[in-house]
Write a protein that binds this ligand. Structure first.
Ligand code: NI
Length: 203
């Protein structure tokens, strides 16, 4: 939010300067900040990934070029937090109406051992049909989680040999069609709030 305010005031300042020096060719261009300074804080989240979708197809970030992405991590055995997040995203997609056509929700499993494509396919069929479930090898999932700064850890169930659950951070990231981080939500962001912010962000 702060970045945006700064950007707007910078634009205002530049517009004023531009008006004052409109007759000097090339002067405005030399005043514009270089591209680097416009992307501060955006480069840290997201990046290339290679995963397998719920139909068993290999996908990368390029598969979804040109679409806004809603990227979140979880696992199908999650008792409450993940299903609630998927329900929220389902409701948000409905609220967004036609804008939802530009948005692709990607639910990336942090439990590839159990969440094979067929399991994910069955699971996401309970929610909005535009949600894609992604999994992959342990290495692929780790690399994707690292790119999105998502923490996850396997936790053994002390009372049940062989059984485990997953600890994971519950962020939902909005990425631009160019693959840049736009904003984030959590698994607990209310439907109204998420829909409102997404609707404002999607152009
Ligand atoms: Ni979860």
């Amino acid at each position: 939010m702060r970045l945006k305010v700064m950007a707007i005031s910078t634009i205002g300042l530049l517009a004023g300067l531009a008006a004052g020096i409109a007759l000097l060719p090339g002067a405005l261009e030399s005043l514009l900040p270089d591209k680097q300074s416009w992307t501060i804080g955006k480069a840290a989240i997201g990046g290339p990934f290679q995963l397998v979708d719920h139909n068993g197809r290999t996908v990368t970030e390029k598969t979804y070029n040109g679409q806004y992405l809603l990227v979140f991590f979880g696992f199908t055995y999650c008792p409450d937090v993940c299903p609630a997040a998927l329900q929220t995203v389902t409701a948000v997609m409905k609220k967004l109406g036609r804008k939802a056509d530009r948005l692709r929700p990607l639910f990336i499993s942090v439990d590839p051992e159990r969440d094979r494509p067929a399991v994910l396919k069955q699971y996401v069929s309970n929610f909005d049909s535009r949600i894609v479930g992604l999994t992959g090898s342990a290495e692929q999932v780790s690399a994707a989680a690292k790119a999105y700064r998502v923490y996850f850890r396997k936790v053994k169930d002390a009372g049940n040999a062989g059984s485990y659950t997953m600890d994971h951070s519950a962020f939902v990231y909005l990425m631009s069609p160019q693959g840049e981080f736009v904003t984030h939500f959590t698994h607990a962001t209310p439907v109204e709030k998420m829909a409102e912010r997404l609707s404002a962000a999607i152009r």
